[in-house]
Write a protein of this length. Structure first.
Ligand code: F3S
Length: 426
């Protein structure tokens, strides 16, 4: 790889040992994918590691509460005396990991876990990373610009950044996004280049999706047929909402490995079909109609039971608009089935101040900040049948530790809320 003087200095250790290790990882990564140079990235989305108990720390040979040591070892495998991460090098770094002090308190964690979670927040914050604690920080002001080169992890966010915002990021892992954050650079290849962003397959929309859940079904279908391609959606009658596009992006990253897409006439690199396709030939054409929609439902709406134990919204994290809709729908009603609404801490703050949290809680529901329903224990073992509007949640839930016996009803927000009211799926 051709490195600039600054990058070579990092690699030679003149900017400190941690930057040297990070640049070394990026150079090896870049060489493995055939990149010839690095590109500056000021905007990185990174993750953190799960909270450990004192026993788990001891078992790993880590001082209890020493998150820095745990992070450098656990995230990168760097296991050397005296290593220290002073500050991230990129100017905008965001913590996409959804767990928070508030969430673990809600789940009944002890004081030790709460203290550890606080140490994680303090460490990340003091190194220059914004604790957004959400997979959708672009709902709360972390908005990469059109054309901006970034290094983000979290698949649903990556597809949204590329397809909806027109920012440029590859699908980074935990270590590569964090090394980009440490150095401010990432290998220049893949979706940083124009060619990789051009469309490969056409998806004709015959059945017009009418809400985020149906846009999610469209994305789920499209990714299952194009797999690693760049789908170009044609024939949209109405301009989708931001939530529609978020669900489309999330599902595209669920049933296949789609990191980029175009909706002709809607997304920023697809004013026309010609612009979306660039110099590519069409590799395949598909149509999304009622039959394809039903096939997605057959795959993901898989509970055989009528009853519903819990309703979960928030995968990806709910927008304030969705929370407003839920609050208005449930206002004045009394829900017997547990109703959980998850969002970022910032969105929760707005929901609190707008009176939406109160309305949902008065109806028997719960608005949680900064929890991922798949990773941060949203269901008890007794809550087996879940209703949700999220294709991503339905796709992954039974593969998560402790959740293999879960069953899912998948449908619109309204269907889920009706199920929460009567305890049955209609
Ligand atoms: Fe977000 Fe967790 Fe779903 S990170 S997209 S809420 S799996």
């Amino acid at each position: 790889m051709i490195l600039t003087k600054e990058q070579q200095d990092m690699l030679d250790g003149r900017s400190g040992r941690v930057k040297q290790l990070a640049m070394d990882l990026l150079v090896r990564y870049g060489e493995a994918v055939g990149a010839e140079r690095m590109i500056k990235v000021d905007n990185c989305g990174i993750g953190t590691l799960p909270v450990l108990s004192a026993e788990q720390c001891k078992a790993r040979g880590i001082e209890p509460g020493d998150y820095e040591q745990y992070y450098l070892r656990g995230m990168f495998g760097w296991d050397q005396e005296g290593l220290s991460l002073d500050h991230f090098g990129a100017s905008q770094v965001t913590n996409l990991c959804a767990n928070t002090v508030s969430n673990i308190r809600h789940l009944g964690a002890g004081e030790e876990a709460v203290r550890f979670m606080q140490i994680v927040d303090d460490f990340i914050g003091s190194r220059g990373c914004v604790n957004s604690n959400t997979c959708a920080p672009f709902l709360n002001g972390v908005i990469p610009a059109f054309g901006e080169h970034c290094a983000w992890s979290e698949s649903s966010a990556i597809t949204y950044l590329n397809g909806v915002l027109g920012a440029r990021t590859n699908n980074e892992g935990g270590a590569s996004s964090a090394c980009a954050a440490i150095t401010g650079y990432t290998p220049y290849f893949g979706l940083h280049t124009d060619e990789a962003r051009w469309g490969t397959h056409l998806i004709h929309i015959q059945k017009q999706p009418k809400d985020p859940f149906e846009w999610g079904a469209l994305g789920y279908y499209a990714a299952s047929v194009v797999n690693r391609g760049v789908p170009v959606f044609l024939g949209v009658h109405n301009i989708p909402s931001n939530d529609d596009l978020r669900y489309l992006a999330t599902s595209l990253a669920t049933s296949g490995e789609v990191d980029m897409f175009h909706v002709v006439g809607v997304t920023p690199e697809a004013h026309t079909l010609e612009q979306a396709m660039g110099k590519n030939q069409v590799a395949g054409e598909f149509t999304f109609g009622e039959k394809e929609f039903q096939a997605v439902m057959e795959r993901l709406n898989f509970s055989k039971q009528k009853k519903v134990d819990i309703v979960i919204f928030g995968c990806p994290h709910c927008s304030i608009q969705q929370i407003k809709e839920i609050a208005e729908y449930v206002s004045g009603k009394q829900y017997r089935t547990r109703l959980t609404v998850l969002c970022s801490p910032s969105t929760k703050n707005i929901a609190d101040r707008s009176g939406y949290t109160k309305k949902i809680e008065e109806a028997g529901g719960f608005v949680g900040e900064g929890a991922c329903p798949l990773l941060n224990a949203s269901m008890t073992p007794e809550e087996r049948v879940i209703a949700t509007n999220s294709e991503k949640f339905a796709h992954y839930v039974t593969g998560m530790p402790g959740y293999s016996d879960k069953e899912v009803h998948l449908g619109s927000m309204e269907q889920c809320l009706n199920a929460a009211l009567c305890g049955e799926w209609a």
